[in-house]
Design a protein around this ligand. Structure first.
Ligand code: PLP
Length: 477
């Protein structure tokens, strides 16, 4: 497979090249040259487990990877999940795709358990003798999942920048783990600051030369890497066919997915599934109070010039949503237009898009509504949702007011990661956060997930010193 940059100024000749580069060299994002349809017969589905489905989907796009190695990488990645990798639950009004049973209890485990293995394959195939310096910005869940995925993987060094304020204590503990190639760095700033700083470093020639001279090359574990996006397509197919098998959905019946959205990676994978032929009617994004995407879907104006809020759904606290660029490229198939939009964004913090929006809807779920939704879903369905998932349950209800399609909510994190917020929402008393965590773990019947974490000191750095600290990290080992 070849990949083109959304901004028209770069391409990658193979999957492994795109994986190793992460961001395209013109600042755009790689998109596959074409998207092949996937076909299934109902009979095929009977025997597919999650890894089988993932292999079918991923190899359709990553068609130039070694089949045996890819199959083994996928098996290994999902072996770290429980037997039921992706349960699909039925509530009164919607289905829920539980994406949170991986090692760090958030959907990002689906891609970040596999990405290190994909990078290892790519390093080998490209004959790359340098170490991959994996730079990652996080609002919480990417960092913990990336550190978990890359920890002790040979020929990789993982650097994670996370905002010191605004992440949950469980997320923090999951990042502060030991590993000789692991560098969690807390910055005095928010997620967008971290993401913009890294995007700048990716394209900074002096920085790339410097790390090159020391035996490293720079890549990314953020959802700008095509290796993050493609594994996520599989869970849409798997969920759809689970519903078909359970008799909840008839074969080829169009259904709608509702996704708590930040960087647009989860939702974009749904759009890819649709382009590959999965009968998806609409894609609905849920925003929190940082509702730049809902405004965009409704007006075509992407306006990042607005206050940044820290919310109870921190993984959606974002004003610059990277993967929207891929979506707009797929809509317009016009790299010149995308380049000009993103020049506007760089220059003015804003752009105006007048093209097709596709079957995309958006709703904002404010803070009070998020807490209220956690409470009502628990009361109505005896089902606990985390604050991110709550925004999507809320949006799904709004969507259903005007549409009759069945909905699936992507449940992106386990409530155990946000226990104090859950307690507050339920209006229950607890003495402290540790007690809240204990109780929510009991409610979720999930006590094992904090087996490791919190065993190194937090290191806090100023925004201005990010480059300097990263350069120092590669000398530490
Ligand atoms: C990362 C994350 C999101 C946002 O996903 P995007 O792919 O960035 O849109 C939503 N919920 C949770 C729990 C997350 O970790």
């Amino acid at each position: 497979m070849r990949y083109f940059s959304t901004r028209g100024g770069d391409q990658a000749a193979s999957t492994t090249e795109a994986l190793l580069r992460g961001l395209a060299r013109d600042g755009g994002l790689y998109v596959p040259e074409f998207i092949r349809p996937m076909t299934f017969l109902v009979d095929d589905l009977e025997h597919l487990n999650y890894a089988d489905m993932a292999y079918k989907v991923i190899s359709t796009i990553f068609d130039d990877l070694d089949e045996g190695e890819l199959r083994a990488a996928i098996n290994d990645a999902y072996a770290a999940f429980p037997g039921d990798v992706l349960p699909v639950k039925k509530l009164k009004d919607t289905y829920v795709m539980e994406q949170f049973h991986g090692p760090t209890r958030a959907f990002k485990d689906f891609a970040l358990s596999l990405l290190p293995r994909l990078l290892a394959m790519a390093l080998k195939e490209q004959g790359e003798s340098k170490t991959a310096l994996v730079l990652t910005a996080t609002s919480g869940d990417t960092g913990s999942a990336a550190i978990h995925g890359f920890k002790n993987v040979p020929n990789t060094e993982i650097i994670v920048l996370y905002p010191k304020e605004g992440i949950s204590e469980v997320q923090r503990a999951q990042m502060l783990i030991k590993g000789n190639n692991v560098h969690p760095l807390a910055i005095e700033g928010n997620f967008d600051d971290a993401q913009q700083a890294l995007k700048h470093l990716f394209n900074d020639r002096d920085f790339n030369n410097y790390v090159g001279q020391h035996g490293y090359f720079v890549t990314s574990a953020n959802s700008i890497n095509i290796g993050r996006l493609v594994p996520q397509i599989a869970y849409y197919f798997y969920t759809y066919y689970t519903l078909v098998k359970q008799g909840e959905v008839t074969f080829n019946e169009p259904i709608t997915f509702v996704v708590p959205t930040g960087n647009f990676g989860n939702l974009l994978a749904g759009h890819f599934a649709k382009l590959m032929g999965l009968p998806i009617q609409d894609l609905v994004l849920a925003s929190n109070k940082n509702n730049v995407l809902t405004d965009f879907v409704r007006t075509g104006v992407y306006d990042g010039n607005r206050p940044f809020y820290t919310t109870v759904s921190p993984s959606m606290d974002i004003l610059i949503s990277s993967n929207l660029e891929r979506y707009l490229y797929l809509m317009t198939e016009n790299a010149d237009e995308i380049k000009s939009l993103y020049q506007d964004l760089t220059n003015t913090g804003c752009f105006e898009y007048s093209g097709e929006m596709g079957n995309l809807y958006g709703w904002t779920c404010y803070e009070a509504d998020t807490l209220e939704q956690i409470k009502t879903t628990y009361a109505n369905d005896q089902y606990l949702v985390d604050p991110h998932t709550a925004t999507a349950v809320f949006a799904a209800a709004k969507y259903r007011e005007a549409h009759n399609y069945k909905t699936v909510v992507n449940a992106t994190a386990s409530p155990v990661k946000f226990a104090p917020t859950i307690f507050k929402a339920l209006g229950k008393h607890c003495d402290n956060d540790a007690q809240a965590l204990d109780k929510v773990m009991a409610m979720m019947n999930d006590r094992r997930f904090l087996d490791e974490g919190g065993d190194v000191e937090e290191r806090v750095i100023a925004k201005a010193s990010i480059q300097e600290v990263i350069e120092a990290c590669i000398h530490e080992d």
